[in-house]
Design a binder for this molecule. Structure first.
Ligand code: SF4
Length: 353
């Protein structure tokens, strides 16, 4: 235990560990005292950097149509039971209007890889949002595109881009995705986005089928090398209409431990308490914040469509998850001594101990 605690301290001080060091920590993840120590140090680190303020991002799920067939995802094109929708520009702008009124200063436009949204129409949409709400940041999360298209999105005014790598191991990647998708391409997209100037978010699934401890070490090392401005991780949760329907869900406890390790290694990064964490456990998001997260992403999508954006079974989309229930979220944060910050919440690298 003392050796493992020293590794946590080393990560907090140097922001980097070797594969062997990460592996020893992950192999000790069943140790309650160790996890509590990591969460305490990570929580303190987050408070030192961000105070008790939690940034909020308004999530707008613009389309659940996707040309891809990722084995773990409820929106995969082979899922014929999914009721498909694509929001109109007017509907999206209406979500932004409501969100702005509620105090959101970041809009995250997330969708499947839907060819029905042309690159031009997305650029026009981003421009319109930035024109109407110049005080807001726009985050895009619409998958893999060519570099020149990412450049067009950036030139249109998009500030940030979320693209999870899901797993940083080639072989594991091929067990979660069909052959036309590759980790190499995914990483190329991430490096393109960073070079263009986006604030970039990546992340991975915890407990996805076939995942090993070594795979998780690869995830931590890739993130250590890439240094994303945003890091989103969540437990794998099966969806009933996918090939992984009978696979067990990932562990909340391991997800929180990994979140703490990520916070210790990346003190300036914006790390959300993800919906998947809240779906697995009633107070999962609060636990994630206490373990080092500093962002929540309430759902601003039209209520009519929220149940159709089912990435996995029972995904939360209303209650405290709904943007309209900001006061419920505020009360829940208040209970653990935190509060909402109405601010764009851009990434800034600040030196802290
Ligand atoms: S994970 Fe993303 S790219 Fe893959 S099927 Fe789901 S929406 Fe499409």
């Amino acid at each position: 235990m003392e050796t493992m605690k020293k590794l946590i301290d080393k990560l907090a001080q140097t922001r980097a560990l070797s594969r062997e060091e990460f592996k020893s920590l992950l192999l000790s993840s069943s140790d309650n005292a160790l996890r509590a120590y990591a969460a305490k140090r990570a929580g303190e680190k987050a408070v030192k950097r961000f105070g008790k303020g939690i940034y909020i991002r308004g999530l707008i799920e613009i389309s659940n149509i996707c040309k891809n067939d990722c084995y773990y995802c409820g929106l995969r094109r082979s899922n014929t039971k999914c009721r498909r929708y694509r929001l109109t520009e007017e509907e999206i702008l209406d979500c932004c209007r409501q969100g702005h009124g509620l105090g959101f200063r970041t809009f995250v436009l997330q969708g499947g890889e839907d060819g029905g949204f042309s690159d031009e129409s997305l650029c026009a949409l981003v421009k319109e949002i930035k024109k109407r709400y110049p005080d807001c940041a726009v985050t895009l999360s619409v998958g893999e595109r060519e570099r020149d298209v990412y450049q067009q999105f950036f030139d249109a005014g998009a500030d940030r881009y979320l693209l999870r790598h899901e797993t940083a191991d080639d072989e594991h990647y091929s067990k979660l995705h069909p052959a036309n998708l590759s980790l190499e391409k995914r990483k190329q997209c991430l490096y393109d986005l960073k070079e263009i100037g986006f604030q970039v978010g990546t992340g991975f699934l915890v407990g996805s089928p076939y995942q090993t401890i070594d795979n998780l070490c690869s995830d931590l090392l890739f993130i250590q090398e890439f240094r994303p401005q945003m890091i989103g991780i969540g437990p794998f949760i099966p969806h009933q209409d996918t090939p992984f329907k009978n696979e067990p869900a990932g562990s909340l406890v391991l997800t929180l431990f990994l979140l703490s390790l990520l916070r210790l290694g990346h003190p300036n990064s914006l790390i959300p308490a993800t919906t998947a964490v809240g779906t697995l456990c009633e107070d999962g998001r609060e636990q994630a914040i206490l373990a080092g997260a500093n962002v929540v992403m309430p759902n601003l999508s039209p209520s009519l469509h929220r149940k159709d954006y089912m990435l996995y079974d029972n995904k939360l989309s209303d209650g405290a998850e709904g943007a309209e229930a900001k006061d419920v979220l505020e009360a829940r944060l208040d209970k653990i001594g935190f509060h909402i910050v109405t601010d764009r919440g851009d990434f800034k690298a600040i030196e802290i101990e």
